[in-house]
Design a protein around this ligand. Structure first.
Ligand code: ATP
Length: 236
């Protein structure tokens, strides 16, 4: 579905992404893990056209997208849950979800169907339907951000560190939700610093360091690999 081949991305002279290749097949749940500053967010920005790609190619459903504008890429069926959630704080849950639908130009019947499905997945949002998103807890806001991204049935869902700033129990609940969303048919690329949790929910993983992919494998194998055990779990 998504084929990233040998891309480079720069911020001025900073070479943030160095000849990276990443694939996500339809129906897969893939995670991209790594420490602060490894380049994970930059890779997501490159996919959705927010940071220009220097070399290489990005194919989505067989078509080149690396020179497309962001709005065109989103219309092709890629949705992102950005770092820091970025819900519209003064808008209600209902309004935040409606904005997600507008970005995809859904009809009102499709929009209602999507809302019903999302409220089934996130009953808490149903309870808070008319509440302003800015007054909700971090975990609830994350659900709004995911719900908004799911409006319009994206073919690929990108998430940038959804666990950031959430309490461990809330993070566990969130990861379970992502697993359910995947089981319901979504294709997911999850960026996370929370390496162990991400590798427990995803099927496959890529480990990034200083702008490069230094390991990739099935999630379980990666979790047990020396690269992860030494760098992240402190096990020699
Ligand atoms: P984090 O988890 O902290 O977001 P990350 O793995 O997502 O880390 P990136 O945010 O992609 O890392 O950053 C990769 C590198 O690019 C870092 O060295 C960072 O300092 C640099 N960088 C990121 N954004 C910019 C920018 N707007 N201008 C210049 N350099 C940047």
């Amino acid at each position: 579905m998504l084929r990233i081949k040998d891309i480079d991305t720069y911020y001025g002279h900073v070479h943030a992404i160095k000849k990276i290749s990443v694939n996500v097949d339809a129906g897969e749940f893939v995670t991209l893990i790594g420490a602060n500053g490894a380049g994970k967010s930059t890779l997501l920005k490159s996919i959705i056209g927010l940071q220009p790609v220097k070399n290489g190619s990005i194919e989505f459903l067989g078509e080149r997208i690396e020179s497309d504008r962001s709005d065109a890429i989103i219309r092709r069926g890629i949705s992102i849950v950005p770092e820091g959630r970025r819900v519209f704080p003064d808008f209600t849950v209902a309004e935040n979800l409606a904005i997600g639908a507008r970005a995809r130009k859904s009809t009102s019947a499709e929009m209602q169907e999507d809302i019903d499905k999302i409220l089934d997945q996130f009953p808490r949002l149903k309870e808070r339907w008319k509440q302003k998103a800015g007054t909700m807890s971090g975990g609830e806001q994350q659900m709004v951000a995911i719900g908004r991204a799911l409006m319009g049935r994206p073919k690929l869902l990108l998430l940038d560190e959804p666990s950031l700033g959430l309490a461990p129990l809330v993070v566990a609940e969130l990861m379970t939700k992502l697993k359910e969303i995947h089981a319901a048919g979504a294709t997911i690329l999850l960026v996370e610093q929370n390496v162990t949790l991400a590798l427990r929910v995803a099927q496959r993983g890529y480990l990034m360091e200083s702008g490069e992919i230094i390991a990739s494998d099935d999630a379980k194998a990666l979790l047990e690999s020396d690269a992860i055990r030494k760098a992240y779990l402190g096990i020699e």
